[in-house]
Design a protein around this ligand. Structure first.
Ligand SMILES: Nc1ncnc2c1ncn2[C@@H]1O[C@H](COP(=O)(O)OP(=O)(O)OP(=O)(O)O)[C@@H](O)[C@H]1O
Ligand SMILES: [Mg+2]
Length: 462
């Protein structure tokens, strides 16, 4: 133990008790403040940091239990001990539930007995504090530039990123859709010396060939019919920074030669321009296709492949790093609580187990969507299994609530009539689940609110 004085707040309405206790404490290196009820104690605890709070239970104005409750709600952490008569164990139990660690019985036995109890309580509080700090540390160490993960494979990727971020090395990030390739590209850029220069991303698959060319390299006025004025290409926009070539595997063959030249020469020539322009860009390419296979299939030029595949970061699919699932779940609950103004605490164990069992073909993006959807639909603070989309339940071998036997129509074969019946059942179910909230029911049914209102009227659902 250090000989630093322990600061104690002693709360009791009985002046005699305060006198006796504070005499004992002062003799043993405690620095004691006193209050005669919970309200005054609370005010003092808000103004000064105490190592230890000792409180009586029955007091006028504000009793010990309310006082403890307030300390907990205000997250005022200190060792807490209650003073109590032996006959009052029921209240002592309540005090323990509210965070008190032990009690000293009135009348006091001996100085030593009192001191021993206090030391024990202080030791417990010290451990709890260490735990709090540790949890905070752990929380941060699983995050790298907003990428949440504790899996070894991802930690290895974080390591590579911090080592190579500053170099101009071209990086190819590969991985299935939704694994976090774009996040990784951002992490590289924002951890590099280029972080104050632009990060420009281009989706090589999303734009028609001719447009993509002028987007990338720019054009002069009149270079083609619609070129009413000159336009800078994205290569030039990214000068000094990073160019993120997303879905590189989709880059049309015709553009691959020009891309290769741009990367090799580090210069580009806008359409219709006779001179080339020097550019200084760091290239990060991403692909969800297997580029080597694309090379074999002659969809992707081999020389370009070697030019961009200098350093390959392969992001593993989520099903190969299931230990990340619980972390991601908490991360997204936090994210959407903020975004949707909700107060969801967690998922229950069956829900989590189902997530652990599922194969996640859409990877982290799919998981994020599932959580967001469940949160939007939940009426409770804890997410339950029923909120999961049916395909998740089905894929993991869990029963999916069937709309019941009415569905097995024996003598009616008309699709039209049966669809109406089915719709009516599903609408009723959705309304029951959402306790009559039509907006949420429409979300569940994946139809628009006006459509739902119309159907409710037509099928006379109540
Ligand atoms: N490890 C992670 N931690 C937190 N969020 C993640 C993580 N991985 C992915 N996400 C989130 O999942 C979504 C998809 O990630 P991202 O866009 O980076 O994937 P992608 O691999 O580029 O997908 P695609 O191939 O479909 O473009 C994003 O909203 C992203 O923020
Ligand atoms: Mg992407």
């Amino acid at each position: 133990m250090s000989d630093k004085k322990q600061r104690v707040l002693l709360v009791d309405d009985d002046a005699a008790i305060r006198e006796i206790l504070s005499a004992i404490l002062s003799r043993h290196n405690y620095d004691v403040d006193q209050a005669e009820n919970g309200r005054d104690g609370l005010r003092m605890a808000e103004n000064r940091v105490y190592d230890h709070i000792i409180t009586d239970i029955a007091m006028p104005v504000m009793g010990g239990l309310t006082f403890l409750e307030q300390l907990r709600d205000k997250e005022i952490h200190a060792a807490t001990t209650v003073i109590s008569a032996h006959t009052d164990m029921e209240n002592v139990r309540r005090a323990f539930k509210l965070g008190a660690s032990d009690f000293i019985a009135k009348p006091f036995q001996s100085d030593d007995a009192v001191l021993l109890t206090l030391k024990k309580v202080e030791e417990k509080a010290r451990l709890a504090k260490e735990n709090r700090l540790l949890r905070r540390e752990v929380g941060d160490s699983y995050k790298f530039a907003n990428i949440v993960s504790k899996s070894g494979k991802m930690q290895a990727i974080f390591n590579i990123i911090s080592k190579i971020a500053d170099y101009k090395t071209t990086i190819l990030v590969s991985g299935e859709s939704g694994t976090g390739k774009e996040l990784i590209a951002k992490a590289i850029h924002y951890n590099s010396v280029r972080k104050n220069k632009p990060l420009i991303d281009v989706n090589c698959g999303g734009i028609p060939d001719t447009l993509l060319e002028s987007e990338l390299f720019g054009h002069v006025k009149g270079a083609f019919t619609d070129a009413y004025r000159a336009k800078k290409g994205l290569f030039e926009e990214a000068d000094g920074g990073t160019l993120f070539l997303d879905e590189m595997g989709e880059l049309p063959l015709a553009l691959q030669v020009k891309m290769l030249r741009a990367l090799q020469e580090e210069e580009i020539r806008p359409l219709g321009e006779s001179k080339s322009v020097k550019v200084d860009v760091r290239i990060i390419a991403a692909t969800s296709k297997n580029l080597r296979e694309e090379v074999n299939k002659k969809n992707f030029r081999e020389d370009l492949f070697y030019r961009i595949n200098v350093l390959n970061i392969e992001v593993p699919p989520l099903r190969d790093r299931r230990e990340d699932i619980p972390l991601l779940v908490s991360h997204f609950i936090e994210k959407y609580n903020k975004r949707l103004g909700l107060d969801i605490e967690k998922v229950n164990s069956e829900y989590l187990q189902c997530m652990m069992d599922y194969s996640w073909p859409g990877n982290v993006r799919e998981l994020e969507n599932v959580i967001e959807r469940s949160m939007a639909l939940s009426e409770q603070k804890i997410l339950e299994l029923e909120l999961l989309p049916p395909e998740l339940l089905r894929d993991t071998g869990r029963p999916v609530d069937r709309p019941n036997n009415e569905l097995f129509f024996q003598d009616e074969i008309s699709i039209k009539k049966n669809s109406k019946k089915l719709e009516k059942i599903l609408i009723t179910k959705a309304l029951t689940q959402t306790k009559g909230n039509k907006t949420r029911a429409a979300l569940l049914l994946e139809i628009s609110l006006p459509a739902l209102l119309y159907k409710i009227k037509e099928y006379q659902v109540n």
